[in-house]
Design a protein around this ligand. Structure first.
Ligand code: PGA
Length: 249
């Protein structure tokens, strides 16, 4: 079975709404492709203008976070219904920056995963080890925990549609991409973990991205690996280079 690549930009806390529209207009003609799903995950306030600006293109729009309740007294949060109402299809969950600065845990990520599926939003669930964990040799123990708890009570049919982003923390925003071998090795192990939780068919269907300093130079080799189904791209998603990454072949 061949999985369609999914290449997503993670804008993080960048781009005002007017800058966002300008960027989408610049990137629109550059990210045209039939070979991959192209997703722009953007700050909440940019979602509506980006959806407007992306009309008629192959760009799909995602959020960078979401709360796990339907609605209510949760000042400052964004609900899944708010996202689906304007046409959001994807949500990044459990990014290491949210785990580090905003107290995101495997348990809250799991609650958000379940809620996203309930609303038909595809989660891009991030996992990945710190440099210290890699040096201590506990990379896979740590990631297996993230994946197992993140997918608790997610049904087999839902899991097949999910996206996992493997992002080693030491490679994010550092210009230090994991080697192709390191990235492939962990993505393969994540797939094996999914096979253990579910079955081979689910492991074959689920899409696993690599993220961490992906750029137009490193993307082709990374995306050619058997277990790497695309990328979650930070810094380079804000530049015309993103067009080259999307058309990596
Ligand atoms: P980067 O960010 O490409 O700037 O390293 C990736 C990410 O955090 O998703």
């Amino acid at each position: 079975m061949s999985r369609k690549k999914i290449i997503a930009g993670n804008w993080k806390m960048n781009m005002t709404p007017s800058q966002a529209v300008e960027l989408v207009n610049t990137l629109k003609p550059l990210v045209e492709t039939e070979d991959a799903d192209v997703v722009f995950c953007v700050p909440a306030i940019d979602i509506i203008p980006v959806i407007e600006a992306a009309k008629g293109s192959n760009i799909q729009v995602g959020a960078e976070n979401m709360y796990y309740e339907d609605k209510g007294a949760y000042t400052g949060e964004i609900s899944p219904a708010m996202l689906t109402d304007v046409g959001v299809k994807y949500v990044v969950l459990g990014h290491s920056e949210r785990r580090e600065y905003f107290a995101e845990t495997n348990e809250t990520v799991n609650k958000k995963m379940l809620k996203a599926f309930e609303y038909g939003i595809t989660p891009i669930m991030c996992c990945g080890e710190s440099l210290e964990q890699r040096e201590q040799g506990v990379t896979m123990d740590f990631i297996r925990q993230q994946v197992k708890v993140g997918f608790l009570n997610v049904t087999v049919e839902q899991a097949k549609t999910a996206v996992i982003a493997y992002e080693p923390i030491w490679a994010i925003g550092t210009g230090k991409t994991a080697t192709t071998e390191q990235a492939q090795e962990v993505c393969k192990a994540i797939r094996e973990c999914i096979a253990e939780i579910y079955d081979e068919a689910t492991a074959e269907a689920i899409r696993i991205q690599y993220g961490g300093s992906v750029n137009a130079v490193t993307a082709p080799e990374l995306f050619a690996q058997p277990d790497i189904d695309g990328g979650l791209v930070g810094g380079a998603a804000l530049k015309p280079d993103f067009g080259k990454i999307v058309n990596w072949k």
